[in-house]
Design a protein around this ligand. Structure first.
Ligand SMILES: Nc1ncnc2c1ncn2[C@@H]1O[C@H](COP(=O)(O)OP(=O)(O)OP(=O)(O)O)[C@@H](O)[C@H]1O
Ligand SMILES: [Mg+2]
Length: 377
């Protein structure tokens, strides 16, 4: 724990029957941080948020707020604002009464309540909707009321469970920008849950990637995107080609990756701890492509393949290329001249600066030995 730590999560376990909902979750949350819990459905995101909010008791482990153990505090004692999955607005209360509710529970003086409700309604730009029942509000308006309710008592920390999952894509983008604005404006610590990787990358200071109740990686969006710690993280965040390659020490003493007879120079940092089979992770946007007919020359760092398909996606084009019995995806900007059509032979080149290596590939040891002796010769 450092002086900037507001919340310390220490070795949390939670089991439901045979199901491990959370396993050994430990992390420190910094004051004012925008932290996102990201993972597929059932990975434990809501369970972790419920443990932090005090709705669920962990089987093991502790939660500390500013150094004090709050593991067994009631939700009210924690002073956390919560936006539950599906908003959880009280259907029989107006927007105003929903927002005032946490203040009334905390016995805020009547004279203070009205001023504060008006203030957060202004902050969330929902002035004028106070008299409406939730059923007479749009999804986006309900989301704002839920946020206003969570903000109303000036919480130390805000817990948001998939606050935008019910909204369409363009409204989502608007509200994402809004959430960033709010975070800057109020400076409160946000812990936000989503299964949308784009949203996690766009909003967060740090991301916790959850998989089957375990935190597979914790880091900045850039780190997690560029340097995934596991196969799961590499393919859950954006697209990635995961290639069974072999890492070897080349004649110059530096590590090289070998894949389908081609050598790819490894940059420092992308190097596996030991030579041997590995998984080379290459994102589709880090591969360039050149028609064989338009450039005759061959070099070691280019790989020959055959285009299987191309799909126009508006701002980009996806191209699937076969290399031997592997296939890989290449993404080209729609503006790029891409002279390739299905069935055509192409040269592929990997941006070696952006190739990343994951341990424990399952290339066969005999293949490794054969390439090693070939290089030594
Ligand atoms: N009250 C409960 N009783 C039994 N099992 C539960 C309970 N709550 C959660 N689980 C199980 O724990 C696991 C994690 O659930 P959780 O709701 O935390 O997932 P999630 O990541 O929030 O998923 P989603 O994206 O679908 O909301 C799941 O396998 C779920 O079935
Ligand atoms: Mg959930």
């Amino acid at each position: 724990m450092t002086s900037s730590t507001v919340l310390e999560i220490d070795g949390i376990y939670k089991r439901y029957g045979e199901q491990n909902a959370l396993e050994a979750i430990s992390l420190d949350v910094a004051r004012g941080e925008f932290l996102t819990l990201l993972g597929p459905s059932g990975s434990g995101k809501s369970t972790l948020l419920a443990v932090l909010a005090g709705f669920t008791a962990p089987d093991r482990g502790c939660v500390y707020l500013n150094g004090a153990d709050i593991t067994h505090f009631s939700p009210e004692r924690r002073r956390f604002g919560v936006v539950p999955q599906g908003y959880g607005l009280f259907p029989h209360l107006t927007a105003y009464e929903n927002i005032a509710f946490p203040l009334r529970v905390r016995r805020t003086p009547r004279t203070r309540i009205d001023g504060r409700v008006q203030e957060v309604m202004e902050l969330l730009q929902i002035e004028g909707l106070g008299n409406r029942l939730p059923m007479h509000l749009s999804g986006g308006q309900q989301q704002r009321v839920a946020l206003a309710r969570a903000f109303s008592f000036e919480p130390d920390l805000l817990l948001l469970d998939e606050p935008m999952s019910a909204l369409d894509a363009s409204l989502r983008r608007d509200l994402q920008a809004e959430l960033v604005r709010l975070h800057r404006q109020v400076g409160t610590t946000f812990i936000h849950v989503t299964h949308d990787q784009q949203e996690a990358l766009a909003l967060s200071d740090r991301i916790v990637v959850l998989n089957r109740g375990r935190a597979e990686q914790i880091g900045s969006p850039r780190t997690i995107y560029d340097h995934p710690a596991s196969r799961f993280v590499a393919s859950f965040l954006g697209k990635n080609n995961l290639l069974k390659a072999i890492a070897l020490v080349g004649p110059d003493g530096r590590i090289q990756f070998h894949w389908h007879g081609h050598r790819i120079a490894a940059r420092p940092g992308a190097v596996p701890p030991t030579a041997g089979p590995c998984i080379l992770a290459v994102r589709p946007e880090n591969i360039t492509l050149d028609a064989v007919r338009s450039s005759a020359s061959h070099s070691d760092d280019r790989i020959r393949g055959k285009v299987i398909s191309r799909t126009f996606l508006g701002s980009s084009t996806d191209i699937v290329v076969a290399v031997g019995d592997d296939t890989l995806s290449v993404t080209l900007p729609a503006t790029a001249a891409s002279p390739t059509a299905a069935g055509e032979d192409v040269w592929l080149a990997f941006d070696s600066e952006r190739c990343w290596c994951l341990p424990n590939g399952d290339a066969s040891p005999s293949q490794f030995a054969a390439i090693s002796s070939e290089l030594a010769a």
